[in-house]
Ligand binder design. Structure first.
Ligand code: NAD
Length: 264
């Protein structure tokens, strides 16, 4: 007997990631869209979410509330609304996938605490290739050690609200851990003198409609190594988030990450 499709709620459903999730759920027989949640003042509230995503009517109106106990929820909104939504999921016992980035440390801790109540999957970047990049960066930073100056450059679309990207920070952390600590330096305006040997420079470009690029530069004397990932569209992120939602089905409460899903 084929099992029932997993009922997914999306928070931030009219956004760039939310819209792609609506489209991909419509294509996947293992999934069905249970509800599409947006901010209370969204102009399309009450309207079917199918047509704006280029789909036929889905019978799912854009709504402002979590209701009807979906099998899993996915959040791609912004930090404060994301945390409020996560609390609502915890109150209703709904497993949650969080893709939103830019949480303040205190909010991030509050979010993670909800994993005592519900299965909670958090990733600043759901792309499998970016996850692999993180591993490669750690390996390179460990092997090259003090010999390499590490600089991280990320590019994103002009609409992005947090800088640097959550992924750039994760890459910096992975590199710092592997080489036994580093100071993060964001831009160098007003700084005179040579860079400190123990710093990792992090630089954010905001331009056009770029869905996301990250390059980690290892600068040595006489040579350099660059490890790069380029997203061509949002599918790597959206498909990863949907895989995470499937992964959470039937899991006990706890904090889950890409390591658990991808197994490496
Ligand atoms: P977006 O601005 O296009 O979409 C966000 C949506 O959230 C908007 O439609 C907005 O109206 C909605 N929203 C705002 N307040 C809300 C509220 N109170 N309740 C419900 N909905 C609300 O942004 P985006 O490009 O889709 O990105 C969303 C988030 O996901 C950002 O934090 C971004 O950095 C992150 N992101 C993460 C990944 C990843 O792989 N983890 C990939 C891409 C983007």
């Amino acid at each position: 007997v084929a099992s029932e499709p997993l009922r997914i709620a999306i928070h931030g459903a009219a956004g760039r990631m939310g819209t792609r999730l609506v489209q991909l759920i419509a294509e996947d027989p293992a999934l069905t869209l249970a509800s599409a949640i947006e901010r209370p003042d969204h102009p399309r509230l009450g309207e079917d979410v199918g047509p704006p995503a280029g789909l036929p009517s889905l019978g799912v109106p854009l709504t402002a509330e979590l209701a009807g106990r979906p099998d899993a929820a996915i959040d791609f909104s912004s930090p404060r609304p994301g945390l409020t939504f996560a609390r609502a999921c915890a109150a209703d016992g709904v497993p949650l996938v969080v893709g939103t980035t830019g949480f303040e440390p205190e909010d991030r801790r509050a979010l993670e605490q909800l994993a005592e109540t519900i299965p909670l999957f958090i990733a600043a970047n759901f792309s499998k290739a970016v996850y692999l990049l993180t591993k490669l960066v750690a390996e390179a930073a460990g092997v090259l050690g003090e010999a390499a100056d590490i600089e991280i450059v990320e590019r994103h679309h002009r609409f992005k609200v947090d800088a640097p990207s959550g992924t750039a920070l994760r890459l910096a952390e992975a590199a710092a851990e592997a080489r036994g600590g580093a100071r993060f330096v964001h831009g160098r305006q007003g700084q005179t003198g040579q860079r400190a040997r123990d710093e990792i420079g992090i630089h954010a470009l905001r331009c056009g409609d770029n869905p996301g690029e990250h390059t980690v530069v290892f600068g040595l004397l006489g040579e350099s190594l660059e490890l790069s990932h380029r997203a061509l569209n949002r599918d790597g992120f959206a498909r990863g988030a949907l895989d995470a939602a499937k992964f959470l089905a039937g899991k006990p409460p706890g904090l889950y990450a890409l390591r658990d899903l991808l197994g490496f």
